[in-house]
Design a protein around this ligand. Sequence first.
Ligand code: ZN
Length: 279
Amino acid sequence: MVTLKNIYINTLKLLGSILDFIDPYNKKKIFIFHEISKKNQKKFYKVIKYIKSKYEILDPNNDFKFENNRKNQAFITFDDGYFSQYECAKKYLDKENIKAIFFIIYEFMKIKNKKNHKEFLKKNLLINNIKLNNKEFKNMTFENLKVLIKKGHIIGAHTLNHPNLTQIDKNNCKKEILSCKKKIKTKIGVKKIGNFAITFGGIKFINPYILKLCKKYYKATFTGIRGSNNNNKQIFFRENCDLNKDFSEIKFTIDGYADLHYFFDRLRLKVYKYFSTKC
Ligand SMILES: [Zn+2]
């Protein structure tokens, strides 16, 4: 049955293909992964291989930036600090020689038992009971993070407790954004943490004050708004890859066809960036 959703998706695909035809080698993408349940690990590898076939995957070491050339380029990032991400990095990324950024929630890394991770995820990441009951959902430890660093990956900050930053007062907001960087540095013994990912990531979880703090304390800030980063220098768009979806839907995201849907969010972010210099 032809539904409105299908018509909309096909229209996005058509417009995306036209844009690809006009300018085929100039996509600058950052992909996000979250929990990778056991049943999705093979799919994760398939997705990584597909990204590799379409993009040159860059190493996020040194200062985070895309190269100024006419090539499709991408970075791989992981949010929240799940143990499954550590397993997949060891199993698949190392095999493909891919380096990634792992954005971690400081307080989540400290949890030592199953009941507590579930409570944290339910309260702070708003993950519902049905999902929590079906998945392994375990956090990485600080020792796991040290191994990732040794392998050449990067650790980024993703707040202390994963709050909705627009819903807390200014002092707490500053603490969540700045203290996690200081605490991670001390705990795992790295000299600098230059990358920060905004919690939940969408435009409704961002405001000019948050952007102002991020720009002050970090070299690069990552949202969850979809788009290509052709002119972005400090605040970046990212594409979420939901491994619970069909491969064809994930492919649609990787090809960049979902970007048009986020046009107004990107515009709003531009306005917030302007006001972040005034507040
Ligand atoms: Zn998160």
